[in-house]
Design a protein. Sequence first.
Length: 582
Amino acid sequence: MAIQKPNLAPSIKFTETDLTFTTRNFGITSLGISGEFPKGRAFTPIAIDNVTLFKQVFGDNNPCKFEGTQQPIYEGVYIAKQFLTESDQLFASRVLGLTGYDAGDAWGISFGAALDPSTVTTTSTSTFTATINYVNGSVGNVTFSNSVLQDLYDAGIIEDGLLGGSTLITGDTVVVGNKFLGDCSTFTGARFNMTVTDKVETYICITGETSVGTTIEVPSEVQNCVVLYSGGTITYDSTFVITVVNPIVVQNVVTNELTVVPSGILTLVGGTITHDVDGSIVIESGSIFFPNGDVFTGGEYKICDLNDNVAVYDCETIDGINYTLTTGTTIIYNTVTSGTTQQIVSQIPSGLVQIDFSGTVIELSGTPYAQYDNMVVALLRSFAQYNGDEILNFQVEGNVISIESIDGGIIKPLDDFLIKGTKTDGSTFEFNVSFDKAKSNYILRVFGNFIPCCPNNLPLYVEDIFETTFNNLLANELIYCIKPSICYINTLNNYKEPYQGAMTPWIVSELRGNRVNRLFRIHTFSDGNAANTDIKVSITNIRPDAKTFDIQVRSYGDTDRKPVVLESYSRLTLREQDNNFI
C-alpha cells in the first residue's frame, strides 16, 4: 500500500533515510529491530513511526511458528507493534537468506499435444470388409476386417452416425474422412469408403392353423340399423364382430405375444374398444372369442389389418362416442366349421438387420505439435523437515512417483487420474486428481500450495501450476492428453541463490518487421518471495499520437473490474530529454 510520508515511498521504492540523529524528542525511547518479517526490503533500516506504516512496509501478524520450539517465526512483528503503541521512533531491518535453500527433487506433470496436421503421411492403402448389425434401427455390433478401423471405432473416433444407418440398400456408399487415435506420443489414423454388398433383414415366423373343408357362416341375427365408425371411435360394453377373410394378428400389448387368426368369426364383447386412424383397434378389459373356441378375457390386445375384412358392431348394444347410428341392415354371423385344418406361416419384421460392406482404406500416421508436446502443466515438490542435527529430511526423494489412468486408457486433459508414489520411510501413497477446476479433486484442492507454517500430512505440494497456458491451449484444441510418465527433476536448484526483488517481464514494443524491442521492466525494492504477490503493475492510457502512457501500481489481489490503485504515474514517455521520462 502507499506510504503517506514525505521521505518514504511504498514497497517498490525507498528513499535514503538519515540515521545520524535518531532521537527527535528528549525522553522518547528509540528501538532498532533486525529480524524476519513477512515482506519488505532486506538489510535496509527503515524509520517507522506508527503501526499502519509498519504493516504497509513489513507486513502484519503471521501465525507461522518453528516446529519443536513453537516460537513465532516473525516475532519481530509482535515486538514492533507493541513498541509502536508507546513510541514513534522505530528502525526496522528485514533479514533474508544469502545462500538460498534446498527445495529437493521436483516432479513435473506434462501433457501431450494434439495432432499437427502438417505431419500427416500415408502409410498404406488396402481393401477391407465390414459387417454392421442393427437392432430396431440402432447399431448393435460393428466388425471391421482392418485393425486400424476397428481400433478407431472401438475408441469412439468413428461414430455410429457416420456409418449410414439401417436404411442403406445394396450399392449405397459410405465415405468417412481422416480420423485419428493417439497414444500420447504418436497418432495413427485412416480415411475410407465402403459400399453395401448385401443386406439381410430377419423376420419372425409365426405359425397358425386355418380350417379347410366345410366352413360356413350362418346368419344368427339380422338388424335394421348400421353403426358407422372411424379413427377416434371409442365404444363401451359393446359387441364387435369381425368376419376374417384375410389373416389377422391379435397382439397382447403387455407381453407382445401374437395370435394369428387365419379365417372365421372373431367376436369382441364388452370392455373398451378404441379405433385408431390406421384401421387398428385396441380392446381393454373385454373378452375375445376366437373361431377355434379359445377365449381371451381381460388384459389389453391390439388387432390390425381390419381393412381387408368385414367388421360390424351389434347396433342394438352399441354405446360410446364418435360413431353414427343409421338405418340399414346389419347381419351378425356365427361360424360353423368342419373338415380338416392346415398350417399357415406369417412373417413379421424382427428389427434385426445385417449390412455387409467392402471398401478401401488409406492408413495414416502423424505426430503432435512439437512446440507444445511435453510442456509441463504442474510441478510437484516434497514436504520436508529439519531434524535435530539441522539436516533436511524430505518425505519423498528420487524417481518414485508415477501417473496412472483410472480405466487403463488415455488420460484426456480433464480426466481424473492417479498420482502414486513411495515415501522415504517405505510407505506408499495414492491420490485421485484432475486438472478440471470444477471438480472436487482438482489438483490444487488435493495438494494445495506450499504454506511454510501450516504443516499437513500430505507428502507433496504444488509448487507451480500453469493454468493460463493450459486453459488457452485446451480451448484451442492443442492438448490431447496428460502424459502417463512423470518428469523427474533432481537438478532444479532455483532456490539455491541469494534473495532478490521481484520484477516484471520485459515490456516490449510493437512488432517491427520480425522482431520486438525491449523497452523497460519494473523492479520492486521489496525482496524475497513475498514480493511476487505484493503488488502488480498496469499500463493504461497508451496514446500513440502523443507517445505517452500511464502506469498504475495496484494491489496484487484486486481485479480489473474493481482495481485498487496504490500509486499512479501519468503521461510518461520513453524520451530521455522529457521531464516525465519513465
